[in-house]
Design a protein around this ligand. Structure first.
Ligand code: BGC
Length: 789
């Protein structure tokens, strides 16, 4: 194999006329080590990654040999194999690859498939340029981890980085070199199905997670020539999560100030971390679709942020500009290229129109060259000119896929994502339990465990919660199972989901019969574990929901189970915050488990039986009702806050429900309890540019050892613009033995006090700041300090 690769390299170099000169392999040996990615601070100063002159020279020499058609070919990303999202499947792929009209391919993998494609590109084309091979590796490739919203709930950056590293190892062994992750879109509207794919509502936490994921995929030094790395793709740039009414693909319209302070930081952080590519989002932004938005893709991304990689559209993003009302195909081709798009995903508009655009003078040769250069540079960074196969062999794939260490990691990581929402009278962990009734439409579902966007994951290999309870409970626990309800009874939804890989398992018996069967199982048990929620297809892309309560008859099932008088443990399987008012009032315990991946059932059962003490915390607010949406913890005060002194009626609130959420951001319980002292600050007053330390003592005051995520928030009390009532500025995940206490110190840097003012200057302003510490955004204690002039 090695021999074949070096033969290939020699042939390629000869063909390019580069043998013995600036060959990538030789160059790389001499090239100075790339600087380590700096830990991102939320400062706006543009990072300026070092330009690699050897890479530039290599690409320049190559481009000198390319025809216009071949250059445009590099901008063309086609889809082969199967298509998850699009009605459009690329045509004539093999023929186009051979003509040099394809730069990258998505939606196929395995060593055999990857080799076949690469062989066509390097053996049958004039210039032997290898392909980028991309895929949606979102929360694992073969070994599937919890959905990103679940991973975020671990607040465990190392665990998330590890999950991305494993995904990269498996994906690269499967022939892939480019993954469409991380999705860092801030989301404040749980109706939007894609909240499942992101890190939640907070810009600070979202930024740290974005960096961790980029490190995990691209490696700690961004050296993507290493075989177990892949190039990450930051998406969806930008503001895709702010779709009006939570309806996927819908319009976004927001002030620049809000963008800079609240929505852009995670994208910025990923760019600083060296992400290799960016995907333009489907939505329009203040009237200009992202795919045609020069301010976004050029002024902000490249000029302000110094992004050095390439920009792809999302799936058919360019032709969709016509539906946005931006013009005919020729026009939107011109708009996209001139805005800063380098690669056309599946649209083939560049292929059809760019030459005409050039002839008519609406795009320049320089713009086409620049896009082509960026794509070729990505190939160089991936080491594809040295080894287009990146060491992929079937043996390596077999040895890598779902290896025991990865499965163990999956169980460990999944446990960290579980969030205990309620636990009255210490219902959990289950103790001295002999008879457990496991009921609910999601109990016996292994396919749902891996969620959607589940890469090359095999649902059949995932552990269902029913199976996990049997595995962990062992011989001493007797389990009775009943489905109890269908996940939904809405025929239209069933049809729609099943038409798109929903794989719903619909029981045709009447709801009453199914509930009666579950009640019977409950009556014979010591405790009921009801596994309810959403099927995997109810979240993710094009899966917005207007009502985010438990679908179908699942609530009726819970009510009937409650009426048996048995302790009721609700295990939630879902991809978004749900409205759970009845459940919160009447269940004895509620454990949020998301879609937990390959090892979901074992991990959940570890928590139910107390083998593991849950420690996850929500990264998205759970509303009381849909009418509160958008709801997020870092909101503004308004002039008429609830606790004001006005006549009671004239305050910013609802007549029918409270303002506050059911479960706030940062919330999650443990089997033990943690008590916080009052925070103190190192100085009562600091001058601009000075740092500050916040100290707080946390004690484990309960009956178990446990892990806590201590959070530190800041409020700028006076500003030239209105400021949020709190903003997360730091967190620490600590494990304390029963009775142990620890003093924690949070470091607030000068930049943590800054924000983008009305003129988009990043400033801190003198005055009082409140510092809050606690175990969630609601239950905090406070102190303050002053920033002097
Ligand atoms: C999604 C992207 C995804 C792409 C490729 C699109 O429909 O919005 O998130 O990466 O398809 O599958």
């Amino acid at each position: 194999m090695k021999h074949r690769q070096s033969l290939f390299r020699a042939a390629l170099l000869l063909a390019l006329g580069l043998a013995g000169t600036n060959a990538q392999a030789q160059v790389r040996a001499k090239a100075p080590a790339k600087p380590k990615a700096k830990p991102a601070a939320p400062a706006p100063t543009p990072g300026s990654p070092a330009v690699d002159p050897q890479m530039q020279q290599f690409v320049t020499s190559l481009m000198q040999k390319m025809t216009l058609e071949e250059k445009i070919g590099q901008l063309n990303l086609v889809s082969v194999g199967f298509d998850v999202t699009g009605p459009v499947v690329s045509q004539n792929v093999d023929a186009n690859i051979k003509k040099g009209l394809v730069g990258a391919v998505l939606n196929t993998f395995t060593p055999v498939a990857a080799r076949k494609l690469q062989q066509q590109a390097i053996q049958d084309t004039r210039l032997h340029i290898p392909l980028i091979l991309g895929y949606d590796v979102i929360h694992g490739h073969r070994t599937i981890f919890p959905i990103p919203l679940g991973l975020a709930a671990s607040w465990d950056l190392d665990a998330m980085e590890r999950s991305a590293r494993i995904a990269a190892a498996e994906a690269s062994a499967d022939g892939l070199n480019w993954v469409y992750s991380p999705m860092v879109d801030i989301a404040r509207d749980p109706r939007w199905g894609r909240v499942a794919e992101g890190a939640g509502e907070d810009p600070y936490l979202g930024s740290r997670i974005a960096e961790a994921m980029v490190r995990g995929f691209q490696g700690p030094t961004n050296d993507m020539t290493k075989p177990e790395t892949v190039m990450a793709c930051l998406k969806h740039f930008a503001l895709y999560g702010a779709a009006e009414a939570g309806r996927d693909y819908n319009t976004t319209d927001m002030s620049r100030q809000r963008m800079y302070n609240e929505y852009l930081p995670p994208y910025r952080a990923a760019v600083r971390a060296g992400v290799g590519s960016v995907m333009a989002s489907f939505n329009d932004i203040n009237g200009i679709p992202a795919t045609a938005n020069k301010w976004l893709l050029t002024d902000l991304l490249r000029k302000q942020w110094s992004f050095q990689g390439f920009v792809s559209t999302d799936y058919t993003g360019i032709p969709e500009l016509t539906a946005h009302g931006m013009g005919d195909e020729k026009k939107v081709s011109e708009l996209a290229l001139n805005a800063g798009v380098d690669m056309d995903m599946v649209g083939e508009v560049f292929l059809r129109q760019l030459a005409t655009n050039l002839k008519e003078g609406t795009v320049t040769q320089a713009a086409i060259d620049q896009a082509c250069r960026r794509v070729l540079e990505a190939k160089y960074k991936l080491g594809l000119f040295t080894d287009p196969y990146r060491g992929v062999t079937e043996e390596r794939a077999k040895a890598t896929e779902m290896k025991p260490a990865y499965i163990a990691d999956a169980r460990d990581i999944t446990r960290r994502t579980l969030v205990l929402l309620k636990n009255d009278k210490q219902t959990l962990p289950l103790k001295n339990t002999v008879n457990v009734a496991v009921v609910g439409p999601l109990a016996d579902r292994s396919r749902d465990m891996i969620g959607n966007w589940s890469g090359a994951g095999d649902g059949k290999q995932a552990i269902s919660i029913l199976q996990g309870i049997k595995n962990v409970g062992g011989a001493g626990v007797h389990v009775t199972y009943a489905q109890g309800a269908n996940v939904t009874d809405d025929q239209q939804m069933i049809q729609r989901l099943n038409a798109h890989g929903g794989e719903l398992n619909i029981d045709t018996r009447s709801a009453e019969t199914m509930i009666a069967e579950a009640v019977q199982a409950a009556q014979g048990s010591d405790v009921v574990v009801a596994v309810v929620g959403e099927s995997q297809g109810m979240t993710g892309e094009a899966a917005s929901r207007a009502d985010i309560g438990l679908p179908g008859r699942q609530l009726d099932l819970l009510k009937a189970l409650k009426a048996t008088g048995k302790p009721l443990v609700v295990v939630l399987v879902n991809g978004r915050p749900l409205t759970l008012p009845w459940e919160d009032q009447h269940a004895d315990a509620i454990l949020e488990t998301w879609f937990g991946g390959t090892q979901a059932g074992n991990a959940v059962a570890d928590a139910l039986f107390g083998v593991y003490n849950p420690s996850g915390k929500l990264t998205m607010t759970f509303p009381r009702a849909v009418g509160q949406i958008p709801i997020y913890y870092n909101h503004k005060s308004t002039g008429r806050p609830y606790a004001g002194v006005l006549l009671d009626k004239y305050k910013s609130r609802y007549l029918d429900i409270p303002n506050d959420p059911l479960y706030p951001f940062g919330y999650g319980l443990s089997y033990t309890t943690f008590t916080y002292g009052k925070p103190t600050v190192s100085q009562a007053s600091i001058s601009p540019g000075q740092d500050l330390e916040v100290t707080v003592t946390v004690q484990n005051t309960g009956q178990y050892d446990g892990t806590e995520i201590a959070q530190c928030y800041l409020r700028d009390m006076v500003g030239s613009s209105t400021r949020p009532v709190q903003e997360l500025k730091g967190f620490q995940k600590i494990t304390l033995k029963k009775g142990e206490s620890r003093q924690l110190t949070f470091h607030l840097a000068a930049n943590d006090l800054k924000f983008y003012n009305d003129n988009l200057q990043f400033v801190s302003e003198p005055g009082e700041f409140q510092v809050m510490t606690g175990g969630n955004s609601r239950d905090v204690q406070m102190t303050s300090f002053t920033l002097t002039k």
